[in-house]
Design a protein around this ligand. Sequence first.
Ligand code: UD1
Length: 432
Amino acid sequence: MDKLVIRGGNPLQGALHVSGSKNTALPLMAAAILTDGPVELTNIPDLKDIDTFSRVIQVTGTSVNFDPVGHRITLDASGFDRAEAPYELVKRMRASFYMLGALLARAGKARVSLPGGCAWGPRPVDLHLKGMQALGAKVELDQGYVVAEAPGGRLQGGRVTLEPSSVGATINIALAAALARGESVIDNAAIEPDVVHFCTMLQKMGVTMEGIGSRTLHIQGSESLSPVAFENCPDRIEFGTFMIAAAIAGTPDSPVRITGGWTEHLGSVFMDAFERTGSVVSADGDGLLITAPEELRPVSVRTDIYPGFPTDLQAQWTILMARCAGNSKVHETVYPDRFKHIPELQRMGVNAIIVGDEVMIEGGKQIQGTQVMSTDLRASVSLVLAGMVASGETHVHRIYHLDRGYERLEQKLAGAGIDITRVSYDEWADPE
Ligand code: UD1
């Protein structure tokens, strides 16, 4: 297994580049199943999750060719012959459940493993199933699998209300609706940038859609769709993570340049909160300059659906707050128990406690390097951020979580002055 060893205290300097979005790349790849012929996607990050989803798609007889250096992937579903997503692959990544909508659209039937829970608690798929049923599918559960079938081999289309608004369910239902006989309507649809960018690709493939980026999405099913070339958008969560890294580890006299990100995808709530910490954001050609203040100010946040503060940035925000002189709160409303990073941060001397769905942080304490363990993707990166500003060495174990969603993180940070190395280790070795 690999761990990251970080010797804290080096300033972050120079530039960081944002890779393509993981969460957008996955539905773009699923959309390729809806057409015969090569779909070429660019700005695809070289990540474990992209590899896992490529394998899920290959099970269907679709060819997948990834050029990790050119960040280009070509998928061709001309050889499609199997409407299944097996447990062995789906268990590795929840987003594999997008196969349900894609397979129902393509083949009129699907057998997809239920994804189960995840590291920070239960994550239901009831809205995905409700959506497929509303579009006309018969849905049954069989030994851990969802077995769905469209009567007559093609979905009719229909209307569904999502409560709460769900990114994954909106995408899954839109995939299913794209080749339905009639119109589908999703009420209270998600408007996250990942969803909007994905809908833009569906439109380019020939799906007639109205209300993209609004809470009511109308999708007119097509007889057939065309192969397209399409560019993925930048990863907004990596972008926000780098901004926080610059605020905590940058110096006031040397701004950090971040290239490749789109600020509008971060949403106004994050941008406002970030600037209220005293960090200065200025445009610089195709990038942003982040200047760390002499003293960070505490700013409490409450996560919410877009354009609210992203839940995927709250663990990182906790480190930013731990660096401020003063008290603050992080209130999580999307996944109320997404706090697995807190006990690990407490071991590093961060004074943060969980009270219900909030974390109370007393900032300004010295963060100390020690051995810590990754528990999920965003929790892992918060440990890396803590290690960058900690005294001494921090060893972040089990970084396979990090490798799922951050492309060559240690190389990017090392290139910007951070003392960070990847080391192989034996998880079960006795301490020396
Ligand atoms: C996606 C992102 C994830 C992010 C999350 C919220 C991907 C691959 N993952 O996850 O990084 O943290 O959006 O921005 O894009 N819900 C239900 N029933 C359902 C589905 C969802 O009750 O069938 C609830 C969830 O428990 C949660 C809320 O809806 O409270 C929002 O979740 P959702 O938007 O679906 O998250 P994901 O798409 O799984």
